[in-house]
Design a protein around this ligand. Structure first.
Ligand code: FE
Length: 204
C-alpha cells in the first residue's frame, strides 16, 4: 500500500474504527520515514481544491469541441493537459466514457470508494455506502430511478467498477435546447451526479 493510497482513503466521517486504523497506519508510515506530515497536508490541500466544477468544465469543452472530445475519450491525460489540468504520473488512469442515445454508463467502486477525485473532488457519502456499491451492480436502473433518472427501455446500461488503478468519469449527453449556449453556461448544467452517471445533465 502506498502513502498516496492511505491519504486517498481518509474520510471526514466520525472516527470510525476504519478511520482510526488509517490514522494509525499514517502515523506508522511517518514513524518509518516513508511519509511526512507535510506530504499528507499537501495532498489534503490538493484534494480540497478539487470540485465537480473542474469536471464540468471538461464536459462542456467536450460538448462544444468534437476534436477535444475524441482526444479526451482516447487519452484523457493529454487532453486534460490541454486545459491546464495536470494529472500526476503516479495517479490512477482516468477513462472518460461517453453516454449516448444507446448506452448509459454508471460508475461505482464495489470494493471501497475509488472516484475521479482529480476532476470531482471528494465523493458523496452515498457513493461510499454499501447499499450503492451493491445495488449499482445488481439493479442499476432501480438506483438511477431513485435519483429521478428514467432511461428508455432500449438503452444499454454499462456499470463500470472503479479500482485503485482505473477511475472513470462519465461524459453525459448534451441536453436538448442548448444549441446557443456558451461553454461556461453549458458547464453549469453538468452536475456531479451526471458525471457519475446516476443522472443526466441538467436541462437548461
Ligand atoms: Fe475504492
Amino acid at each position: 500500500m502506498t502513502a498516496t493510497h492511505v491519504v486517498d482513503h481518509i474520510h471526514d466521517e466520525p472516527m470510525s474504527e476504519v478511520a482510526l486504523r488509517s490514522l494509525a497506519i499514517e502515523a506508522l508510515l511517518q514513524e518509518k520515514g516513508l511519509l511526512t506530515a507535510d506530504e499528507v497536508r499537501r495532498q489534503v490541500n490538493l484534494m480540497d481544491g478539487r470540485t465537480p466544477a473542474d469536471g464540468a468544465r471538461v464536459v462542456a469543452r467536450a460538448w462544444v469541441d468534437e476534436g477535444f472530445k475524441a482526444r479526451l475519450l482516447a487519452d484523457s491525460r493529454s487532453a486534460l493537459a490541454e486545459m491546464g489540468i495536470e494529472i500526476p504520473a503516479d495517479t490512477p488512469h482516468l477513462a472518460v466514457v461517453e453516454n449516448t442515445e444507446d448506452v448509459h454508463n454508471l460508475v461505482v467502486c464495489t470494493l471501497c470508494s475509488c472516484y475521479p477525485r482529480m476532476l470531482l473532488g471528494r465523493p458523496p457519502d452515498w457513493y461510499k455506502s454499501l447499499a450503492y456499491r451493491a445495488r449499482a451492480v445488481s439493479d442499476p436502473r432501480g438506483v438511477m430511478a431513485e435519483f429521478g433518472t428514467e432511461l428508455a427501455d432500449g438503452v444499454q446500461v454499462t456499470v463500470l467498477d472503479s479500482t485503485a488503478d482505473m477511475r472513470y468519469l462519465v461524459l453525459p449527453r448534451r441536453p436538448a435546447g442548448t444549441e446557443g449556449m456558451s461553454e461556461e453556461e453549458l458547464a453549469s448544467l453538468v452536475s456531479r451526479d451526471s458525471m457519475i452517471g446516476v443522472t443526466d445533465a441538467l436541462s437548461p
